[in-house]
Design a protein around this ligand. Structure first.
Ligand code: GUN
Length: 277
């Protein structure tokens, strides 16, 4: 029976540390969040970010823009925030409407306000093993959980399922920078179970139920980044938790696993950007 990794508990601890830190700062760090349209999941996440910022004492401004906004206009809004000295961190909630090119939008964000660590400068620094202005929040949260539970990364075979720019790719690079042997799997991967079964650390970031017990090595560390609603409208993750927990050494639940860590890391990144400016 696996040890259940308490992401919520670790995130709460970080929250307390950040509150302490904020109380010693002269000004309040200020996070600007842009949401385009009203995708239900995005609204939920944006509200969670706003609530957590308030709890910690970070100023947050949510800018809600029309679904049909032109790409040019959105870029103008981002540039306005880049040039506003009272704003320290800028986040554009993804996904974007189909008519807007995500890469063009990310390019518009000033790297020193890029709280997600998505811009070319920050991902490039990550790639080159240089400390970026900010690390992508979810990969940062995953590494913090591994460290909190004293799970060794160096020399371990880490298998990342999912190759998104938000999670899979940056996480793979960060694990590599921590000296793991890294394999990235995705929807076109052949013989997925054969590869996942070799993982000492198995991380799934897909958004579909894809990891079952017969795909997991005994005593593996299993980290579930996926979060979605199942057919009964229950929040669940990529991993068949009830069965996989019988053979894993460590496992994260959904909810209360990686999710709260992402938000805690966003708050930490906001404060770090403030301190760098
Ligand atoms: N949508 C889902 N996850 C994220 C994230 O970490 N950052 C942003 N900006 N959008 C997201």
């Amino acid at each position: 029976m696996a040890i259940i990794i308490d992401g919520k508990g670790v995130a709460d601890k970080i929250t307390e540390q950040l509150k302490q830190k904020i109380s010693q700062l002269q000004d309040k760090p200020h996070l600007a969040v842009i949401q385009i349209g009203n995708n239900a999941a995005s609204t939920l996440y944006v509200n969670l970010k706003k609530k957590k910022a308030e709890e910690i004492g970070i100023k947050s401004t949510v800018i809600s823009l029309d679904e049909n906004i032109a790409e040019k206009e959105l870029i103008c809004k981002i540039e306005e925030l880049n040039n506003d000295n009272s704003v320290h961190a800028v986040l554009v909630q993804l996904p974007l409407p189909k008519h807007i090119n995500e890469n063009n939008i990310i390019k518009a964000i000033a790297p020193n306000k890029d709280v997600d660590g998505f811009t070319a400068q920050n991902t490039g620094d990550l790639f080159n093993g240089i400390k970026p202005k900010a690390y992508p929040c979810t990969p940062k949260g995953v590494l913090k959980l591994l460290k909190e539970y004293n799970i060794e990364i160096q020399g371990k075979h880490a298998v990342v399922v999912g190759r998104s720019n938000i999670v899979g790719k940056p996480l793979a690079i960060m694990l590599l920078n921590e000296h793991a042997t890294v394999t990235i799997c995705h929807s076109k991967t052949k013989n997925l179970p054969e590869i996942t079964k070799q993982a000492d650390i198995l991380i799934s970031a897909v958004g579909k139920k894809v990891i079952f017990k017969d795909m997991v090595k005994k005593d593996a560390v299993v980290i579930d980044v996926g979060i979605f609603k199942d057919e009964n409208n229950k929040t669940t993750g990529d991993v068949d938790f009830e069965n996989v927990k019988e053979i894993a050494a460590y496992i994260t639940p959904v909810p209360k696993g990686v999710g709260p860590m992402t938000i805690a890391c966003l708050m930490e990144n906001t404060i770090e950007l403030y301190e760098q400016q």
